[in-house]
Design a protein around this ligand. Structure first.
Ligand code: FUL
Length: 505
């Protein structure tokens, strides 16, 4: 190398990084989600199907002694289930392969207590096959609920012998129906046919799932991938961390140490185990004709969706398939009514903040790298995010709205692959007259954000919206802020509608 070349090379090595060094992204803060948990979170909303002998015997918990020929659907059509769920906007479905009565909805080789012994399709039927095929055709993801509590099998209560039986069952359902996105482990542990209780070997059950379906998330009261939300009413806490202090929580505890902790998660939890909110569209999980007029209304379902998906959890809505083997007309009408409410509030073209001008109190790397610009929060792309410098724990961002349309929802989102960070926020609005100072009115205050936080605010019309991040576990980042109106907002007046708590900039 000549002296000149050496000088040029040295100069370049010094100047180039200074001129073009990219701003490094924020360090993720542990615990972090696994790829399978992130993929599940993206689904946001999934269906649940309870179907089996209970459907025909009018029970919620079968005793395990129901005759196999009790199971007699007259017009079973899994494509109809999938059609309803797809039209509603769900992205996956979990079927009760086996409920506590031990009856298998697939022709298991391990027991005679199954569809193979029923008159349905002369014993040649397979509900898992019908549903998994219908899912594959339509792009819906397929999952299974397999109850460890088995009130039929004589091995239940024996210890290892039953655990091996359960593992073999898992192998059947996880090997023969294509990709499984979720395995639902119910925690119930009652008595079996001999009056004995089983001690479940969950670590070995989990190992089978990881071996055969490594991309599947496992649900139980405490994960390992997704947790029960502490109620069966379909809502998560206003505060909802994806982290949990898992130690001390057992599976199937009659009295878990804290359902509050399951409902809200733990800011200092060592495990990433986000919440799933399961609820039935009717009072019961299984079909009962006397509940045909007790189906939740679209407005009730919308409320639950906003308090589950909008509280950083997933919504898992159950349909009790009826004795024909169909989702009942009333249930289908309710969930399609919910779809219309979702489209009206959150559908394409509803976001009043999309593409509007933004400013931020701080942009990572002094804004040298467009990747972390404040505009990322209004680009409609969940993969891009605004980030602040590492030393920040407080930051604010402002969006200029057009000030003509009322809104009553503000939706916030964090890039959770960097860990869940924000612990407290405030949303404010202002409508200064031309040239005058902005006077901010507080619309709402809240705690966690996570994957999605839907904040209900009083119907408001404003030219400026401000989101203040007031506490954060690490430098705050936001991937989205969007502004929407439900039907209630159309009754909105002007700025004055909001309960003011006024602050200057
Ligand atoms: C519970 C079960 O006991 C109910 O029957 C239902 O399956 C619900 C989803 O989980 O633990």
């Amino acid at each position: 190398m000549t002296f000149l070349n050496l000088t040029v090379a040295l100069l370049m090595s010094v100047t180039q990084p200074m001129l073009h060094r990219p701003v490094t992204p924020p360090e993720p803060i542990a615990p972090l989600p696994h790829a399978r948990q992130l993929a599940w979170k993206e689904l946001e909303w999934t269906g649940f199907i309870h179907f089996g002998p209970n459907t025909f015997t009018d029970k919620e918990w079968g005793h395990g002694d129901e005759p196999e020929d009790a199971f007699q659907p007259t017009a079973l059509d899994a494509r109809q289930w999938v059609k309803v769920m797809k039209e509603a906007g769900m992205r996956g479905v979990v079927l009760t392969a086996k409920h506590h009565d031990g009856y298998c909805n697939w022709p298991t080789k391990l027991s005679t207590h199954s569809v193979a012994s029923s008159p349905w399709k002369a014993g040649n039927g397979d509900v898992l096959r019908e549903l998994s095929d219908a899912c594959r055709e339509s792009g819906l993801k397929f999952g299974v609920y397999l109850s460890p509590w088995d009130r039929n099998n004589p091995k239940y209560g024996s210890g290892e012998e039953y655990n091996e039986y359960f593992r073999q069952q898992l192998r059947e359902v996880l090997s023969n129906y294509g990709p499984i996105f979720e395995v639902w482990f119910d925690g119930a542990c009652g008595e079996g046919p001999n009056g004995k209780r089983q001690v479940y070997d969950f670590p070995s059950f989990r190992a089978v799932v990881r071996e055969l379906q490594p991309n599947a998330v496992m649900f139980s009261d405490v994960g390992p991938d997704i947790r029960w939300v502490g109620n069966e009413q379909g809502w998560a806490g206003e505060t909802c961390w994806s982290m949990l202090k898992a130690e001390g929580h057992g599976i199937g505890d009659d009295r878990p140490p804290s359902t509050k902790s399951l409902n809200e998660g733990d800011i200092d939890g060592e495990s990433w185990i986000p919440a799933e909110c399961d609820v039935s569209i009717r009072p019961g999980w299984f079909y009962h004709a006397h509940e045909d007029d007790k189906v939740k209304t679209p407005a009730q379902l919308f409320d639950l969706l906003e308090r589950s998906v909008g509280h950083n959890a997933n919504f898992h809505l159950n349909f009790p398939v009826d004795r024909r083997g169909l989702i009942h007309e009333n249930d289908a009408a309710a969930v399609l009514g919910l779809r219309r409410l979702i489209d009206a509030a959150y559908g394409d073209g509803t976001d009043l903040a999309r593409g509007r001008a933004t400013t931020a109190s701080n942009v990572r790397g002094a804004g040298k790298d467009e990747s972390f610009a404040s505009a990322c929060i209004v680009d409609g792309d969940a993969a891009t995010y605004w980030a602040t410098d590492d030393d920040k724990r407080v930051a604010k961002i402002e969006i200029t709205l057009d000030g003509t349309k009322p809104f009553d929802r503000v939706v916030l989102a964090e890039p959770t692959w960097l860990g869940q960070r924000v612990a407290r926020f405030r949303i404010q609005a202002a409508s200064p007259a031309d040239g005058s100072e902005r006077v901010w009115r507080t619309l709402a205050e809240g705690t966690t954000i996570g994957h999605k936080r839907i904040v209900r605010v009083v119907p408001t019309t404003a030219t400026h919206l401000r989101v203040e991040l007031l506490e954060s576990r690490a430098c705050p980042c936001l991937s989205g802020v969007s502004v929407h109106a439900t039907a209630g907002a159309t009754a909105a007046q002007t700025d004055q509608t909001a309960q003011p708590s006024q602050t200057k900039p």
